[in-house]
Design a protein around this ligand. Sequence first.
Ligand code: SF4
Length: 420
Amino acid sequence: MWEDLDVTAQQQQTPQISDAAGGPRAATAFAEPAPSALLLLGQGSDLDSERGVECVGALPAASDPDLVARAHAARAALGSRAFVLGHHYQRDEVIDLADVTGDSFKLAREAAARPEAEFIIFCGVHFMAESADILTSDTQQVILPDLAAGCSMADMAAIGQVEEAWDVLADAGVADQTVPVTYMNSSAAIKAFTGRHGGTICTSSNAHVALRWAFDQVGGVDGTGKVLFMPDQHLGRNTAVRELGLSLDDCVVFDPRKPGGGLTPEALHAARMILWRGHCSVHGRFSVRNVTDIRAAVPGVTVLVHPECQNPVVEAADMVGSTEYIIKALDAAEPGSSWAIGTELNLVRRLANAHPDKNVHYLDSTVCFCSTMNRIDLPHLVWAMESLVAGNVVNPIVVDADDAHWARVALDQMLALPGY
Ligand code: SF4
């Protein structure tokens, strides 16, 4: 069933800021405790969200004229003891200091391939640092320069909610016909849940392979088995409909804020894709209107969007793919060709700068950074690196051993999928 998405309404329901103790300051009513969205810069902790560690911070001033020089000095002092990872959506001044750039899973694997690096400084968001901690050795420490750098999508699936959802599926008699498939953009606890229940992790590049594998565990795509896809409903829906040939009517949305997920047992029995009600606040913004507007303004433009966009946007676009796919598509594009890109703005700006011979446009008419990713700025990176130089390990990301084990099981299942 296609659900007319109320992204705006869902965003409005989200508490915007937590106080230093992690309590909601501007929260609206919830049926049950919901994860907080953002923490004050460099302050506080939120044990209920995917960020669970206290951050102590005496940050350099952003106006410090020596900030760039301090960053390079600290980086040089750390040498091969540190390895700096920069996600594609990071700010330019952070990317300038990265030893390698990539998407979340590429960066986690790059970290695992550097056993000599004592410190993995992850300029990304919290779930990415958790994945790096799971994939690196016990002698390495993963550092997230600002613990407030979470992911609003990952925070939309708290482990308690997911466990309750599984109970709902069990009560409806469908849990034993259901395989969980969880997007990389999720907390370690959700990945561990997936491992414990025989599922797999996926990325935006391999979601179609992961879904096929999952359906094969319960009778195939043409059978009656189901996938519980978390936490991004759009990636799940787009992949099921565009890549596996399922229909929109085969998809239902499980809303953790409603009793029984807002679904009847009959609806759960009839469904093939049970989509968690989560979305990316960046990619969920793009609209069909953006696509029609850019086509009118730029004749011949090729519209290329990320699969975290809403289904009507994906259907209106010319091409769909992950960030790595988008980067390769621009690399291969003809000089003089025109492109409208529907993904995070920092990446689109860098692509435009890297391809001055092509006309690269941003699909949205308004600015659309990933606000949580942008928490990692030069002051936080300098603070983290200078602290390490001084012998103080700040903001280590440590996944508890049991969750790490089961999350690793689910990640290893992904690595065993065809194509890896
Ligand atoms: S771009 Fe979206 S999915 Fe990625 S970190 Fe930001 S909020 Fe999360």
